[in-house]
Design a protein around this ligand. Structure first.
Ligand SMILES: O=P(O)(O)OC[C@@H](O)[C@@H](O)c1c[nH]c2ccccc12
Length: 251
């Protein structure tokens, strides 16, 4: 059981057990982050839908894995108009590495999000990124981690799935919030999740719809429900990455 009192999917329990044992960085980082809200505003000004495209070699809900050079994938995503790049750094279940994130961040000039299961402060120091994901469900002291991330210069993106988690994110002072349409207990996706939670998010928060977006119609649906940006992984990783991103940025 987790803090929500709900049984987690076996894959997620295994991810969390691995995350608790994973070492952090040796030294406290100080990052000079590329602004995500500014990147979103630029995309809007140029008539592109703001999309965070995710480099996700595999996942517990994906068949097979994609072993393309991560830097090539990220460049191809930027060519398709991606506003930011998300990079999985979780090694055991998503095929990610901190090194690929570091190389991608060197190679592109858009903001880069580190996607991992951070459960303690020292894990923030593993690799520099512009944005860093904090999953409300898995973090006990969210205020402390949000503050620790901001002190290092990161823009924390706090991920929520319920109203209660949204309230915790707001109390922790998050100004970038992602609503994950995938339930981490069952790993099922339901786009209603975003539609249910979005009306309760204050306007000054940059709001991101995460997971399960597979078509231009899904993009329009999430935008109508109030998404400032979309985080899309599987539907971009499957096939021609540039074409896939373009399909979403022009939706
Ligand atoms: O592949 P999708 O359904 O487009 O989803 C992307 C992203 O939202 C998903 O990878 C994700 C959202 N939150 C996470 C937390 C950890 C790992 C992965 C995730």
């Amino acid at each position: 059981m987790d803090a929500n009192g709900e049984e987690l999917a076996p894959a997620v329990r295994s991810i969390l057990a691995a995350a608790r044992d994973r070492a952090g960085g040796e030294e406290r980082l100080s990052v000079d982050a590329r602004s995500f809200p500014a990147a979103v505003a630029d995309a809007e000004a140029e008539g592109r839908v703001p999309v965070i495209a995710e480099v996700k070699p595999t996942s517990p809900t994906t068949d097979g894995r994609r072993d393309d050079e991560p830097v090539d994938l990220a460049r191809a995503m930027v060519d398709g108009g991606a506003t930011a790049i998300s990079v999985l750094t979780e090694p055991d279940h998503f095929g990610g590495t901190p090194e690929s994130l570091a190389r991608i961040r060197e190679a592109v000039d858009v903001p880069v999000l580190r996607k991992d299961f951070i459960v303690q402060e020292s894990q923030l120091d593993l690799v520099a990124s512009d944005l860093i994901l904090l999953i409300a469900r898995f973090v006990d002291d969210l205020d402390a981690l949000v503050t620790a991330a901001e002190e290092r210069g990161f823009q924390p993106l706090v991920e929520v799935h319920t109203r209660e988690e949204l309230d915790r994110a707001l109390e922790a002072g998050a100004d970038l919030i992602g609503v994950n349409n995938r339930d981490l207990a069952q790993l099922e996706v339901d786009l209603d999740t975003f539609e249910t939670i979005a009306p309760h998010v204050p306007d000054d928060v940059t709001l991101i719809a995460e997971s399960g977006i597979g078509s231009a119609a899904d993009v329009r649906r999430m935008r109508e429900a109030g998404a400032d940006a979309l985080l899309i992984g599987s539907a971009i990783m499957d096939g021609d990455v540039t074409e896939n991103v373009r399909r979403f940025t022009t939706a």
